[in-house]
Design a protein around this ligand. Structure first.
Ligand code: FAD
Ligand code: UDP
Length: 366
């Protein structure tokens, strides 16, 4: 007997939503289930005081790929927001990413040649020639002053690990620039959906059956019986009953507060880079959409170690976890009726545009 759906999609985050949209376009019947009480996964926004609050942390869309930019803009128009976070260390403010403004604030040097000389002297003194971990990579990019003031404390609280035990690629996400340019991203396209990310999710999921508050693992056999194929965007280790051991994740606690002021910190993102301050950043959401509301909503982001009671926000792509993941990946490759996609199922530190790229690619096989 034929099953009611062609695809059961576990997870209504960006991967699940893009895949479902593409499958529907090709005439496939899709059912999405999600264990949360809303769709959209981590891009979900909640409206508070007329402000779109990024419930699971600040999300700024950026990509170099015009196809992906046009794709998201076909569901909702994006504004021209440019992310320019600030960092506070010992009561001093610095511009991010590391650029001529930051270097001037640190050393009062004004030209790229002077800056490069300062950084080169610090790198030479450190003796690092072949960086093997995040600490060595950071020092060999920006020298020791920036490492100790703006990177080490933030990184170690964010990841709960010594910077020497973390992979170098994490710090390469941040541009280092010898121009006076505070744009956090190098990508050509950047912005926030006008009216919030839920508009993107709603556009993608239009006409698709969805059931919320449903955990796939609570009734696996019943859900499997619903469709010929499965798209899985949850934790890949859980999918395979942890048979090769648990993968590690980093979790977060978000503390949202409404403040009776129209402007709390003057910028959407302010990072706190000292180790002893328990949160990594404060987000003031209204600035993402240039809001003029009389109140404001801020969110403090506290990193936490993950356990099964918490949300797995970040994969920890160190050597230990990569070795475990590779075993799960081999099983996944052999399971041809299941598509594994997204941050948790591919165990990758993906940004939104990369998740969309992956979903579009994997949906080509439909
Ligand atoms: P998710 O959004 O996690 O969706 C997975 C969904 O699956 C969830 O809704 C979950 O409830 C559901 N699910 C999982 N297991 C089950 C189950 N067993 N049964 C039913 N449902 C299940 N990217 C950017 O490009 N720019 C940014 O500025 C940015 N900022 C970020 C800030 C933070 C704090 C975080 C955590 C991420 C950020 N990202 C950012 C990354 C972005 O959130 C992800 O790339 C993207 O949202 C991941 O989509 P996804 O579909 O893979 O996963
Ligand atoms: N980072 C840092 N200081 C900062 C901001 C970032 O050391 O003020 C490092 C930190 O290791 C972090 C990484 O750069 O995990 C990537 O930062 P990004 O802003 O991309 O992190 P995300 O928004 O994904 O949490």
């Amino acid at each position: 007997m034929s099953k009611p759906y062609d695809y059961l999609i576990v997870g209504s985050g960006l991967f699940g939503a893009v895949f479902a949209h593409e499958a529907k376009k090709k005439g496939k019947r899709c059912l999405i289930i999600d264990k949360r009480n809303h769709s959209g996964g981590n891009i979900y926004c909640e409206n508070v005081e007329g402000i779109n609050v990024h419930k699971y942390g600040a999300h700024i869309f950026h990509t170099n790929d015009k196809t992906i930019w046009d794709y998201v803009n076909s569901f909702v128009e994006f504004n021209r927001y440019t992310n320019s976070p600030l960092a506070i260390f010992e009561n001093e403010m610095y511009n991010l990413p590391f650029n001529m403004n930051t270097f001037y604030q640190l050393w009062k040097v004004k030209t790229p040649d002077e800056v490069k000389a300062v950084i080169q002297a610090q790198i030479a003194e450190s003796g690092i020639t072949n960086p093997q971990n995040l600490e060595e990579q950071a020092i060999s990019l920006v020298g020791t002053d920036i490492y100790y003031k703006l990177i080490k404390g933030y990184t170690e609280k964010q990841w709960g690990r010594d910077a020497k035990d973390l992979p170098a690629f994490i710090i390469k996400r941040l541009p280092v620039r010898f121009t006076y340019d505070n744009n956090y991203f190098n990508d050509k396209y950047q912005g926030i959906p006008i009216g919030g990310y839920n508009k993107l999710t709603e556009g993608l999921l239009e006409g698709i059956d969805i059931k919320l508050n449903v955990d796939y693992f609570a009734n696996r056999a019943e859900w499997d019986a619903q469709a010929d194929k499965i798209v899985f965007t949850g934790k890949i280790d859980e999918f395979y009953d942890y048979r090769f051991g648990q993968l590690q994740y980093r979790s977060l606690k978000f503390e949202h507060q409404t403040k009776d002021t129209d402007n709390y910190q003057g910028n959407a993102v302010v990072n706190y880079t000292e180790r002893h301050i328990p949160y990594t950043r404060i987000i003031e959401h209204k600035h993402f959409e240039f809001g003029t509301q009389s109140k404001t909503v801020i969110t403090k982001e506290y990193p936490e170690e993950w356990n099964t009671e918490k949300e797995p926000y970040y994969p920890i792509n160190d050597a230990h976890n990569t070795e475990i993941y590779k075993k799960y990946e081999a099983l996944a490759k052999a399971d041809s009726h299941i598509v594994f996609g997204g941050r948790l199922a591919e165990y990758k530190y993906y940004d939104m545009h990369q998740v969309i790229g992956s979903a579009l690619k994997k949906s080509q096989s439909i």
